[in-house]
Each structure stands twice: as C-alpha cells, then as structure tokens.
Design a protein around this ligand. Structure first.
Ligand code: WTA
Length: 667
C-alpha cells in the first residue's frame, strides 16, 4: 500500500477530508477478476466506445436467453424511452435458480438466513427452487399471472426472497413495501400499484421487539379493494386476525395437495417489468420506479461479480433491508444470478450488542460485507472492543452505500474492520439506476476515502454547472448521466404519457438523466458526491421526501404550515428538522413534539420522525410566496450569521429570519 499525497483532496472545502490514497493490497488483488487499472480502463473504454457491442457481449455471458433479442438498444432522453434487448426472452427466476441446478451448484447454499435470535437456516439452490416453485403455484392458483402486481409487506424473513423469485417466475410484478412503513404508507402504495395479492407476516422480529405487521396490513387493507388474497407468513406463530376467504397462511398454502413442487417458467420479454419500488421524490407522492427483466438483472449480476469481486467459494453479506433497492439488487437478484451464497439478516446491528454483525461475519466466514455509513458510524461509536473480539480475517471486500461516507467512518471501516488489507468499495447508485453506477473495483482502483471514485462499465456520468454547461474540474455541479445503462428505470408506474418521468429526470438538463445529486470531479477523474440538491433528505441512508413529511405534519390539528429540511447529523448523516407554524389560537404545548412524532409515524413510519421541532411565527417567504428553504437549511445546520445567507432581498419580511434565529432550539 502506498500513501501518496493528493493535492486535489487537500484543496477541498470539506474540513474532514483526508489526503490519503490507498492502493488495493496484494491480498485483495490475488485471484481477483479485475486486478489492474489497465484492465478496468481498457474495458471501460470499450464499454463507452461501442456500448451496444459491449452490452450484447455481457448479456450473452451473464444471462441465459430462451430467445435472442432483435435489437440491443433503443433510446431517447428527450421524449424518454429506453429499451434494451428488445424481443429477447428470458426469466429472472430461471437465471437466479434453475440454471444453478445444472451448473454444479445444486447443493450450494444460496441463502443463509440469520434470525434476530441468532438462529440460522441454510437454503441450498435446490431448496430455493422447491420453495419458489411451490409459492409460484400458489399464486397461480389465485389467478395471478403475467403482468399482475403482487404487493409484499414482509420483514426480513426468507419467504421475502422466495416471494420475489416466485413472482418473477410467473411474470408477475412485485411491489415490496418496507416493513417499517406505516399502514397508511402501505395503503398508498397498494392503491397506487393496483396489487391483487398481498404477502405479509403475522409479526416482524427486530432487536428482540415484535412489529405487528399483520395488524398494520389489516388497517391498510380497509381501503384497498384491489387486494383479493392475503398470504400470511407465520413468523412468530402468534394469533392474529384472519379474514375468512381473504387471508390464508403461507405454510398451509404451500403444503396444499394440489400444489406441485415444480412450476414452469413464464418466459418474459427483456423489457417486461420485474418490479415496482416506490421511492421518494421532491413532490408529495412517492414514485413507482419500474425495473425491467433483462437489463436490470444483467447489471445487478455483473456489478455483484466485479464490484464485490465475488467468487464461487465466497460468502457475501449485505446488511440492507430488502424493502429498499439495495436489498433487491444486492441481497437477492445480483448475488443469486451469480450463483453466490448470500447472507440475509433479520435483526439489527446492535442486538444483542454492537458485536452482532462481526459475530455474523465470524460464524459464517463472510468475505464481502456491504453496509451503510450510518451503521458504520453507529458501530464506530460503540467502541473498537466489539470488532476486536471477533475473527474478521475472512473479509476481503467492504462496501458502503446510501450516502457519502465521511472520511472518519471510511478510515475506521478500513482499519478496524478491514485490518488495512481489505478494499472499501464506495458504491454510488440509486433506486432509479437499479445497480452500481460510480464505484471503485476492489482490486484495481486506488481508493480515496469519501470518493465513490470512477464510473462502472458502460456508465457515462457528467457533472453540469448549468443547463447546458459542464462543470469544470474541481467545481461542484449536478450529477447527470449521458447515456442509458441496462438497469435503468424504464418508466414510472401509473404515469400516463410519461409526464412525471420526463419532468423528474429529463427536464432539468435536456438530453441528460438528472440524478438529483451534487457532485464534483477531481483531476484524476474521481467523483465526489455531495448529497441531494432536491427536497429529498437522506436519513440513515433512507430516502425521504420533505414534502411527504410536511403533508403529515400539516394534517396534525393545530398546525397551519410546516417546512422540513435536513441538517447534518453525526450518526444518521442527515437529521430531520421541522419548522412549524401553529394555527391562530392553537397552542404549542409541551406535548406538541410527541403529537407530531405520532402523526408522522402513522402517515409514513418511524424513520421519518423529526429530530428537531422548531415552532416559529412565520416562515421566510419570497414575494411570490415560496418558502426560502436555503435559509431554513442554514439555520437548521446551526449557521446563524445572516452574512452567510446570500441574497435576502426577495424576502417579504426579513424580521422573520431574525425571529427564527432567536428562537432556534439549542439542544
Ligand atoms: C445517495 C440507494 C454518496 C445519493 C442505493 C442518491 C450516495 C441516493 C451513495 C439514492 C454513495 C447512495 N455516495 N451518496 N455511495 N449511495 N447515495 O434511491 O444521494 O435509496 O441519490 O438508493 O442515495 O438513494 P436510494
């Protein structure tokens, strides 16, 4: 390892930035798939010089095709339309399971499930096949077929992975709703997706605590007429209400006499939707991101292999929840398409203590460990004695995702967990991108802590200073992508005329996909991500729209108006800061914070609960009536010097700002 000084990082405005460059160690490079920068650069060049040829070759190598495609790529970013491998027929379930039964992996562990209570269960590829086929047949017996939507509201139980693959097998589209979302959030997503069936559980178990999932689902279902059947996984074997005719138990259904353990594949067209995943945007309603079959799986699979340097004997562990895109692509689809062994963890990193993840690494011999900066920071705070108590020598690649990883967390991860010999891959991507976009390759790319480094194969990023002008080296700008990639979002669910799709991603920078992130490219071509520039906040790696939180707060009696912004938070990355204006005559009593937390929990879920509630007389508004959020963000971040607020001349009343500064809570 050579530690060179790097001038570009020294000049950066970020106070915490380190000047170190870490080379991949010999330990990581040995036997790796891509072991040098020359190989990376050579392949990358091919991928951008002739993308269609490159991706056609990869599609041949990485996927099984029942029928070949007619056209590799068809696209337009102005009148947005993206199609990869049109006419090709394949199936995701076949690629993730069936082909491994014939390639020597039949008895290999596909999933290792680690329960909250520290029990583990191993499912081989053969076992996975049987479970998935049985469930697929159950779904078929209810009339679920190609193009139908199945909503899934499950905790991290193995049945969640079975359910995804069962849908894929019969061409149904799954729409997973994170089990930490509230009944109302679930209701909204079911209604928006038009799902026919819901797969849920009696309860969830996390950190020794019960989450009453079925009760939440029941509340949501009061207003979801599209749902005809509810399949209930019995996780805790507790009595829950079951509605006769509608609700059935998972274990009883898959054991039905008429349910075969084989289920024929429904061959799907490359661009047929595989799943919908709702994610937050700038405006109120969550967006239903629609991912395709072949392009999605291709890039999820290929990035799993190269970014984690995944080999056949490896044990791979991603700590994400499958309710988010990271779990879709990097617990289930990518690793299983690779025929890998993927660890799925039900619990939380701090239960029974902060050594839990390291305990899993030791017991299962984990080689690749993928997590989020927020988890790293919280474990770092718990002390080095936890990781030091476990044998972490199996680790080779450490991964980070969800938000920019601050240098201190990066260094801790590298030294205390990786023992100075593992590579840390910092993977930038989004629900919309489906798979990794900007990331280092563990055995090739020199690492600069806190930089996501360089684009993945076929990815053509560009940082824009303004609508038509590219940002100069070292200057902050907006991160866009110039050219389509296979795992790209295809459209938004229920978006007639592609209106919202175009408006959200293709209008700010004509001809480009706009990510919503700020970024800077340094003189080595390394990308430094700077967070969201839209009204989306990233709390513990979870994407939440401020508009959604405001809508919840405004529904609370007594609240006239609210404005929510993010602020720097030591553990969560960003915290939620809510400015509240009370209705005339309504009182901001001691219980207000509690009531507001309750309303947010009910409308969205506990993750969206404000960290700070600040009651103000008025919000700073421009003459045209717009809330000046930039000022609110500064004050939330603790900046109270008005000199730093920029131009205030468009404000209706500058005194409002003084009042807000004076009443800022100091806790
Ligand atoms: C942020 C999660 C910096 C970014 C996969 C993006 C990151 C949003 C990184 C997407 C990273 C994700 N460095 N920022 N390595 N990874 N982000 O849709 O702001 O939940 O736009 O997808 O997370 O969040 P999403």
């Amino acid at each position: 390892m050579s530690d060179q000084k790097n001038p570009s990082t020294q000049q950066s405005a970020k106070p915490e930035k380190t000047a170190m460059v870490y080379e991949p160690t010999e330990y990581v490079r040995q036997g790796s798939w891509i072991d040098s920068m020359e190989t990376y650069r050579d392949l990358y060049q091919q991928s951008v010089d002739n993308p269609e040829k490159f991706w056609a070759e990869q599609a041949e190598r990485f996927l099984y095709w029942k029928e070949p495609w007619d056209k590799v790529l068809d696209w337009d970013f102005n009148d947005p339309h993206i199609s990869w491998f049109a006419g090709g027929k394949t199936n995701v379930s076949y690629n993730c399971i069936d082909r491994h039964l014939k390639d020597g992996r039949r008895n290999k562990a596909a999933l290792i499930w680690e329960s909250d209570e520290r029990r583990s269960k191993v499912y081989t590829y053969q076992a996975l096949y049987t479970r998935v086929c049985r469930l697929a047949n159950v779904l078929k017996s209810y009339g679920v077929g190609k193009g139908d939507v199945v909503a899934i509201y499950l905790p991290m139980v193995p049945e969640l992975a079975f359910a995804m693959l069962a849908c894929a097998r019969i061409g149904a589209i799954h729409a997973i709703v994170f089990s930490g979302f509230s009944a109302q959030a679930l209701r909204d997503r079911i209604q928006a997706s038009g799902a026919k069936v819901l797969i849920t559980a009696d309860n969830g178990m996390r950190g020794g605590r019960l989450n009453p999932i079925k009760a939440q689902a029941d509340e949501a279902l009061l207003e979801c007429p599209s749902i005809q059947k509810v399949i209930v996984v019995s996780r805790t074997q507790q009595q829950v209400d079951m509605e006769p005719g509608r609700d059935v138990y998972y274990h009883e259904e898959v054991a039905r006499k008429d349910i075969s353990r084989h289920c024929d594949i429904e061959w799907t067209e490359a661009n047929d939707p595989l799943f919908i995943l709702y994610t937050s945007g700038s405006t109120g309603k969550p967006k239903g991101i629609v991912h395709s079959t072949a392009g999605y799986l291709l890039q999820a699979s290929m990035s799993s292999k190269y970014v984690f340097d995944l080999h056949d004997d490896d044990v791979y562990f991603c700590t994400a929840d499958i309710g988010w895109v990271t779990g879709h692509s990097y617990i289930v689809y990518g690793p299983l398409a690779q025929g890998a062994t993927s660890v799925m963890f039900e619990g939380v990193p701090t239960y029974p203590d902060a050594g839990r993840l390291w305990d899993i690494v030791e017991r299962h011999g984990v080689n690749q460990f993928y997590t989020a900066p927020t988890a790293i920071r919280s474990l770092m705070r718990s002390g080095n004695e936890f990781p030091a108590a476990y044998d972490l020598s199996s680790l080779r690649v450490l991964g980070s995702v969800g938000e920019p990883i601050n240098p201190a967390a990066w260094e801790w991860f590298y030294h205390e967990i990786g023992h100075d010999r593992c590579s840390v891959v910092d993977t930038w991507w989004q629900t919309e991108t489906g798979a990794h976009m900007i990331t280092n390759l563990p055995a090739a790319t020199p690492m600069k802590p806190s930089s996501a480094t360089l684009p993945f194969f076929g990815v053509q990023p560009i940082v824009m200073e303004s609508e038509h002008k590219e940002a100069a080296t070292g200057e902050d700008g907006r991160l866009c992508i110039k050219f389509p990639w296979p795992s790209m979002v295809r459209h938004l669910w229920d978006d007639p005329g592609n209106t919202r799709f175009k408006e959200t991603y293709f209008s700010a920078f004509p001809g480009l996909y706009f990510s919503g992130d700020a970024a800077m490219v340094d003189e080595d071509g390394y990308y430094w991500l700077k967070g969201r520039v839209d009204d989306v906040i990233n709390v513990s790696g979870h994407r939440i729209g401020t508009a959604e939180i405001e809508a919840a707060l405004n529904s609370s009696p007594g609240v006239a108006e609210s404005a929510v912004v993010g602020f720097p938070h030591e553990i969560k990355g960003e915290g939620i800061y809510a400015y509240i204006v009370m209705k005339h005559g309504a009182e901001a009593d001691e219980d207000l914070e509690h009531r507001l937390a309750g309303v947010v929990r009910r409308n969205i879920g506990p993750i969206a609960k404000p960290d700070v509630v600040h009651v103000v007389n008025e919000l700073p508004k421009t003459r045209s009536g717009k809330i000046m959020r930039r000022i609110l963000r500064k004050i939330a971040a603790g900046i109270t010097d008005k000199e730093q607020f920029g131009d205030l001349s468009t404000l209706v009343d500058e005194d409002v700002v003084d009042e807000i500064i004076e009443t800022r809570p100091t806790k």
